[in-house]
Write a new protein. Structure first.
Length: 262
């Protein structure tokens, strides 16, 4: 049998009794990082000396699943990600598909989850779409971000501490008047909630993982940055040209040519 076990996203007290029992009874544990999981088991005072661990993360998930022998599930098998609910912007879905296709019994224990915690904390109401992590850079990021800000429902995304300031600049440029909710280090000591028009938001400390919720579009957003503001942004000339063309009579191509010749 396979059991998906959610782990705390910050506060150890959020682990459930069912999750502790499943981890204690597990004979085989698949996890993102064996070191992280063993540390958790130590904190929970669970002896893991007789348990077998397999590392399964985003880079090897397909390989691990494709080489599985179904006989392994005759034992108590558990899968955990480093934090939160497996399968939510973390590996796990391929493992579920494998047991479904092979008629293997499985269960999913409910538990801590960053996106739902942030959604409730935001005070927003209505339908939402979860987009996970944005692409890191380039046209893929630009395309996905434009899809999100033009979405007709609340949009929830994850962002790393390394790119959260970049995201804030992008949102200030594209949708300065939209209400946005930023949440970081959920359930931890320095948990922070920020909700305002994005043009008014500043991030004093970017440490920690972030959840960002963008209000759905109801009216046309007005670009609040002037020509000089956009010129000063740390963006690629092509990105600057696209933004500048929105407040200029010149085309994107004309402005791009001017920028590369500065």
């Amino acid at each position: 049998m396979l059991t998906f076990v959610p782990t705390p996203i910050g506060n150890l007290s959020d682990i459930s009794k069912r999750a502790i029992e499943a981890l204690d009874e597990a004979e085989i544990i698949f996890c993102e990082d064996t070191r992280v999981t063993k540390k958790l088991l130590n904190l929970l005072d669970i002896n893991y000396s007789t348990k077998t661990f397999y590392s399964m993360h985003s880079h090897n998930e397909n390989e691990i699943v494709s080489n599985l022998d179904i006989s392994i599930f005759e034992k108590n098998v558990v899968y955990v990600s480093d934090a939160g609910m497996p399968g939510i912007s973390d590996p796990g879905s391929k493992l579920i598909q494998f047991v479904q296709q092979n008629n293997i019994e499985y269960d999913v224990i409910p538990g801590a989850n960053a996106l739902l915690t942030a959604f409730v904390a935001s005070g927003f109401e209505g339908e939402f779409t979860f987009f996970g992590f944005l692409p890191h850079k380039g046209k893929d990021r630009e395309k996905k971000l434009n899809e999100i800000i033009n979405h007709n429902k609340l949009a929830i995304i994850y962002e790393s501490p390394h790119r959260i300031e970049k995201l804030l600049i992008e949102l200030k440029t594209l949708i300065p008047n939209r209400i946005v909710f930023f949440a970081k280090e959920l359930t931890k000591l320095h948990q922070t909630f920020i909700k305002d028009e994005v043009k008014n938001i500043t991030l004093k400390n970017t440490k920690g993982e972030w959840v960002v919720i963008i209000d759905k579009t109801e009216k046309k957003d007005v670009l609040s940055l002037n020509y000089d503001d956009i010129l000063s942004l740390k963006l690629h000339p092509k990105e600057k040209a696209k933004l500048l063309s929105k407040i200029s009579t010149k085309s994107t191509k004309e402005i791009y040519n001017e920028l590369i010749n500065l």
